[in-house]
Design a protein around this ligand. Structure first.
Ligand SMILES: C[S@@+](CC[C@H](N)C(=O)[O-])C[C@H]1O[C@@H](n2cnc3c(N)ncnc32)[C@H](O)[C@@H]1O
Length: 365
């Protein structure tokens, strides 16, 4: 049965990028790929050079990458007009994004490259976003593990990494169809010779994935704390079952599949895989704790908000909408407080190490 997933939403008002230091580290790691992409391009064209950031959240984590890429373009093609379009889902906090990009959020640095035409689109990356052949450089970080729909419920866990049998097959099939859909839209939008750089959550060659790299398994702990709310009489069985992330971490083989098959629709649409490798980005919060900078309580108070920044909307959406909003907020606060208390009491092994598959894809000329 197909279920309607609660709307995905990163926490707003700049909370997302202020509390996701690791996401910025991942994007910084993608910069060489973006520079290699523009390094291979003929920049002499008369049309504006268009950059797109797919699933940008509040835009704060990728400003450094865009600043560096735009500055490089300015140097190499000073005559060329430059556009940068941030995209995300319609209920994303675009107001904060605009203020961050324009440097209007107190204490936060803006894009800082004068004369760039800045746009935003609230259209999903599962849809066409740009006119045909109009994008020169696409970029997307840590966004495409969000599926277009929830293909199955996992009643005893919150994430597809624990799905088995038919549920697991349904997630894998949805993820394959979604990846092809994303790529085919980008194939149409890319100008000939244009490129897209992806840094997507995935499962690496050693079976590691976000928050599961040898210590405590983050998704297992999410599930345990969610079920504990039921044991404590705070949430019902339906609310336990509804908490399933519409996410899937693809393996390297799954990411590569449309490129490795010469006859695939993606290859026929002209996309070519130039680079593909996995990267583990250690959790910066756990690293500071390990370095002795923080007590266990300080680590827990910094670490759990980074989990909350992206997971909260799913848990909130799993609660019965008939409950007053304040009650739902209170339950969610208790949920994260319990996770934080666990980390503070026994911090060993808690870390949200990131595991990404980096890819650079080119549209044939
Ligand atoms: C974890 S954030 C990543 C933000 C930023 N790219 C980064 O790496 O820090 C994931 C973002 O993907 C967005 N997202 C999820 N599904 C999407 C879709 N179908 N179309 C566009 N954006 C989507 C979410 O709304 C969210 O802002």
């Amino acid at each position: 049965m197909t279920e309607v997933a609660p709307p995905i939403r990163m926490r707003g008002a700049g909370y997302y990028s202020a509390n996701t230091v690791g996401a910025k580290l991942v994007i910084d790691r993608a910069l060489p790929l973006a520079l290699r992409a523009i390094g291979e391009m003929d920049l002499s064209g008369p049309a504006p050079f268009a950059i797109a950031d797919f699933g940008a959240a509040d835009g704060g984590t990728s400003l450094g990458l865009h600043r560096a890429v735009l500055s490089e373009l300015r140097t190499r093609a000073p005559q060329r007009q430059l556009t940068l379009t941030h995209t995300d889902l319609p209920h994303n906090d675009f107001s904060t994004l605009f203020r961050l990009v324009q440097g209007l959020l107190p204490g936060r640095e803006g894009l800082g490259v004068p004369g760039v035409f800045s746009f935003a689109s609230g259209t999903s990356f599962y849809e066409p976003i740009f006119p045909d052949a109009s994008v020169n450089l696409g970029f997307s970080a840590t966004a495409m593990h969000w599926l277009s729909r929830l293909p199955a419920m996992i009643s005893d866990h919150v994430h597809a990494v624990f799905a088995v049998g038919a549920a697991r097959a349904a997630f894998a099939a949805q993820a394959a169809a979604d990846w092809e859909c994303i790529l085919l839209h980008r194939a149409r939008e890319l100008a000939p010779g244009g490129q897209v750089v992806f840094a997507n959550f995935g499962i690496d060659e050693q079976g590691r994935y976000l928050g599961a790299t040898g210590g405590r398994n983050m998704h297992e702990r999410f599930g345990a704390h969610w079920r504990a709310l039921h044991v404590a009489g705070l949430i019902g069985k339906d609310e336990v079952a509804r908490a399933t992330f519409p996410q899937y971490y693809r393996s390297v083989a799954e990411f590569r599949a449309p490129f490795d098959d010469d006859t695939s629709a993606v290859r026929r649409a002209g996309l070519v895989l130039e680079e593909c490798f996995t990267v583990l980005t250690p959790c910066p919060y756990a690293a500071r704790f390990a370095a002795g900078e923080w007590t266990a309580a300080e680590f827990a108070a910094a670490y759990v908000p980074t989990l909350r920044s992206w997971s909260e909307s799913m848990f909130f959406g799993a609660l019965d909408p008939a409950r007053p909003e304040a009650e739902r907020r209170d339950i969610i606060d208790r949920f994260y407080a319990a996770y934080e208390a666990e980390v503070a009491a026994d911090p060993a092994g808690h870390a949200m190490d990131y595991v990404h598959c980096f890819m650079r894809v080119r549209k044939a000329e």
